[in-house]
Design a protein around this ligand. Structure first.
Ligand code: FEO
Ligand code: CA
Ligand code: CA
Ligand code: CA
Length: 555
């Protein structure tokens, strides 16, 4: 366990926050406006006072800082759950690197046992700490076969067992459910691409990596999204790019289950998957392609969701229509070869059909999306469905090619609030910048009251420089979506140096918020002197990405 609050005690002494934080800012930059939520009296509700449930009025925001720790408001602290290298099962499997998306599963019959899925995204600059290969030297790819295996093992995802002791969640290193899914794991390929000529007849594919964010299904499995896979394919000398860039599904409760890649959801740099049910009962999955000038998608299942079918509902993800968003017209355009003439009639330079089969469309999804008028956006990252009004919130992180450095969160309203609609409207909910106090929105999570929790992803090489200096380290923000504070961002946490916070996920009782600390020390140049040593379990340790559970201090 680690408690981190010294900065807040100092900070709390400064009264109404004022704008003391502007002192160190660039002369001509717009100061970050630190927002303070309106305080209501909460003394009447003892349960609310003691729980982490946040109606927006029970914390004083942190200020932008460059301190090398996970900084939280006074009254909150974090417990380390798992960090890179921790043993997660009796076999000796270990927790992977670059923790990202988290997804919590409570055991139905035991309130003190749970499972957590965590994504492991990428190595990059910090590869040295995992494989010993010096990425910063940027020489030729001289990784040994052993280094390639270490690389592939460190990515993918982990299922870890959790036990609650004295009211605190902790890793169970002996859990029989503890499992690694990684860069060599065998997958069943499902959907229209499976067995098709477009993927040389393959029905099985190997490995997952670049797992960024994801989503939880209604049948208690997890979806995990393969994002920037090209780099890993190159670094590890893998052969077939077509096996990556999909959404995978894992059943954390069945350690012997074969994980699935669902090809009907398309192949691109998948950020996350937000699931909901349409008015007529169809499963709808919202997805973003996180690259500059790429698109927003949704998938609508052919059949209806049936709770009685339990895990068999997974098949809903293999039959349906994938749509791409045209924001100019406010329509979802089907990426369906049979019914969309724009796809059927598209020709290559030689005059041959651009897409011969639906498998071609799904494998070359970006090309298909642009062919039918999908709107290039400013890096669509997380999408989440508002739990109360069903509108969809999308983070557009930034796009410096368009002069959009700070990004924005957009709200999409489907026609008739029906996820199956083919028409939608949208508006900017809040834009990054000095006034809102954040830059580069990334993962989103709603609490049950409809408040938005958002983490930022300012690129490490720009952190602390020029127009990003005023924001300090990356952070976690609380943004009400209704009431007088709607659209105002209140900073709840600040990440260690070089890190971003990823994968915010509340337990169902909302007493704990799981969040990953990804790539602390990413700006390190001298591996003996990392810029961060978070979490500093022992003196002189390397920086270790990992997962924490944030909770209120007991009163
Ligand atoms: Fe892996 Fe789009 O962040
Ligand atoms: Ca992300
Ligand atoms: Ca990101
Ligand atoms: Ca990231």
């Amino acid at each position: 366990m680690k408690i981190s609050r010294s900065d807040f005690l100092k900070y709390m002494g400064k009264g109404m926050i004022a704008l003391t934080a502007v002192r160190n800012l660039d002369l001509f930059s717009e100061p970050v406006k630190i927002q303070v939520p309106k305080t209501k009296s909460s003394s009447s509700n003892r349960k609310e006072q003691n729980s982490f449930k946040i109606p927006g009025n029970n914390f004083k925001p942190v200020k932008p800082t460059t301190e090398d720790d996970l900084i939280l408001p006074h009254g909150f602290h974090y417990d380390l759950i798992a960090v890179y290298g921790d043993r997660i099962n009796p076999k000796g499997d270990t927790f992977g690197y670059a923790a990202d998306f988290n997804c919590f599963f409570q055991f139905p019959n035991d309130p003190n046992r749970a499972l957590l899925w965590t994504n492991h995204e990428y190595l990059n600059e910090l590869e040295y700490y995992v494989t010993g290969y010096d990425y910063n030297a940027k020489g030729p790819n001289t990784r040994t076969p052993e280094q390639i295996e270490m690389y592939l093992y460190s990515l993918g995802g982990s299922v870890i067992g959790l036990r609650k002791k004295n009211g605190i969640w902790a890793l169970d290193p002996n859990s029989e459910h503890g499992r690694r899914i990684h860069g060599r794991t065998e997958f069943e390929l499902k959907g229209p691409v499976s067995g098709s000529e477009a993927i040389s007849g393959k029905t099985k594919v190997f490995g997952t990596f670049a797992n960024c964010s994801g989503g939880k299904t209604l049948w208690d499995t997890v979806l995990s999204c393969e994002e920037n896979f090209e780099m890993v394919v190159q670094d590890c000398k893998l052969e077939d790019l077509r096996e990556y860039g999909w959404i995978i599904e894992i059943d954390p409760f069945d350690p012997s289950s074969v994980p699935i890649k669902h090809s009907a959801l398309g192949r691109f740099s998948h950020e996350n998957a937000a699931l909901t049910i349409s008015s007529s009962g169809k499963l709808v999955v919202y997805m973003g392609d996180d690259s500059k000038d790429q698109c927003v998608y949704k998938f609508v299942s052919e059949q209806n969701y049936d709770p009685k079918k339990g895990k068999k509902n997974s098949e809903l993800l293999d039959f349906g229509i994938l749509y791409v968003g045209n924001f100019e017209k406010g329509v979802w355009v089907p990426l369906d070869l049979e019914t969309n003439p724009a796809l059927k009639n598209a020709k290559d330079k030689e005059g041959n059909p651009l897409f011969k089969t639906q498998a071609d469309v799904l494998i070359r999804c970006r090309e298909a999306a642009k062919t039918v008028g999908g709107t290039p956006m400013d890096r669509p990252e997380d999408l989440e469905v508002h739990p109360l009004d069903k509108s969809i919130y999308v983070s557009f992180t930034n796009n410096d090619s368009h002069g959009n450095f700070y990004g924005q969160i957009v709200r999409i309203k489907e026609e008739n609030s029906d996820a199956e609609s083919v028409r939608f409207e949208f508006e900017v909910f809040v834009a990054g910048g000095g006034k809102s106090g954040f830059s580069s929105p990334d993962n989103l999570a709603f609490d049950s009251s409809g408040n938005l929790w958002m983490v930022t992803d300012m690129t490490t090489k720009l952190l602390g420089k020029s127009i990003f200096k005023k924001f300090g380290n990356n952070g976690l923000f609380f943004i009400p979506t209704s009431g007088e504070d709607a659209g105002k961002a209140f900073q709840f946490a600040s990440a260690p140096i070089g890190a971003e916070l990823t994968g915010p996920w509340f337990t169902p009782d909302e007493e704990f918020l799981f969040v990953s600390v990804q790539h602390p020390g990413e700006d390190t140049k001298d591996y003996d002197l990392p810029t961060s040593r978070w979490p500093g379990i022992k003196k002189g340790d390397m920086p270790r990405p990992g997962v924490v559970a944030i909770r209120k201090e007991k009163i």
